[in-house]
Design a protein around this ligand. Structure first.
Ligand code: MN
Ligand code: MN
Length: 303
């Protein structure tokens, strides 16, 4: 059950990325004129993608997930090395703050960027999911790992707060929490950082982590299915592949595999589909989450 939700979360992230890439940087009006409602994975967009192709949001999440699984546990230098190899592979897209942090790691080996006013983008949040899966069952471990992975490229209190709240929401959703419990986590975030309030959502869906979080939370809490949540998000345009990826991860964890639209999963790059599902299962297996380990052999001794 938990593993099923984890697979749906990572698949949901890739689906949201592939779906939203079509409308990235468009306005809602432009999307309406061109598609009426954008609701299928058709590629295109400013990157002129093949249908089902994913972008940096999924690719950086894969970098984190592969590092954890390959090393059998948390290994920040391994994550940074994967980011570096990915950057050198000339990815189809890369955010400027991510590029700056990875370049700094290349030049000086730094695993933590210093605080910067310019680091309140959504680049750390968009790749948080694997860390949330790996730390399931241990809130303190989530806190440490989420901040470490974020500060490889983004060091800003709003990014940190969004990462921690999103990680807690993923943990809760994987454990079967209802939407009231998830809403309480969102309210805690807003109590600490009122900027994140989304009850009068204005439709701003840019790369600023506050707008990203508002867009995801607004559509998650005002829809009743994975599909409607994602359609709402990506038709808002702006940083649509990234809001789609983050919303897809949350909605996937909450609604589970059977709610992922067949028309979308069929279109997703098959290699990505297979790998995210395998890695999701491995991350849960490595996590401290109770009830997933084989029973210990206590009591089977010398009776
Ligand atoms: Mn992207
Ligand atoms: Mn984006």
């Amino acid at each position: 059950m938990v593993t099923d939700r984890a697979r749906a979360a990572f698949l949901g992230l890739a689906l949201g990325d592939a779906l939203g890439a079509t409308t990235e940087f468009m306005t809602p009006g432009e999307i309406r004129n061109q598609y009426k409602v954008h609701r299928q994975i058709i590629g295109g967009g400013w990157l002129n993608l093949k249908p089902g192709r994913v972008t940096d949001d999924t690719e950086m999440s894969l970098c984190v997930a592969r590092a954890i699984v390959d090393r059998g546990g948390w290994d920040l230098p391994a994550i940074a090395d994967n980011f570096l190899a990915w950057m050198k592979s000339k990815p189809i897209d890369i955010g400027s703050t991510c590029r700056k942090g990875i370049r700094d790691y290349l030049l000086s080996g730094n695993l933590e960027q210093p605080y910067s006013d310019n680091d309140a983008g959504n680049g750390a949040l968009m790749r948080l999911l694997p860390t949330a899966l790996y730390t399931l069952g241990d809130a303190a471990l989530l806190r440490r790992c989420a901040i470490e992975q974020a500060h490889l490229t983004h060091h800003h209190p709003l990014s940190d707060a969004a990462c921690l709240a999103f990680g807690k929401m993923i943990h809760a959703a994987l454990s079967g929490a209802d939407r009231f419990a998830l809403h309480a986590i969102a309210r805690d975030l807003i109590a600490a950082y009122p900027k994140f309030h989304f009850n009068d959502y204005r439709g701003h869906a840019g790369g600023y982590v506050v707008e990203t979080m508002q867009t995801v939370l607004h559509y998650f809490f005002t829809t009743d299915s994975f599909e409607n949540c994602l359609i709402g998000i990506v038709n808002q345009g702006g940083d649509a592949d990234t809001t789609g990826a983050i919303g897809g991860a949350l909605a996937g964890a909450f609604y589970g595999m059977e709610q992922l639209p067949r028309a979308w999963t069929k279109k997703l790059d098959p290699a990505v589909s297979v790998e995210v599902q395998r890695l999701a299962g491995e991350l849960i297996r490595l996590s401290p989450s109770p009830g997933l380990r084989p029973p210990s052999p206590i009591g089977r001794g010398d009776s």
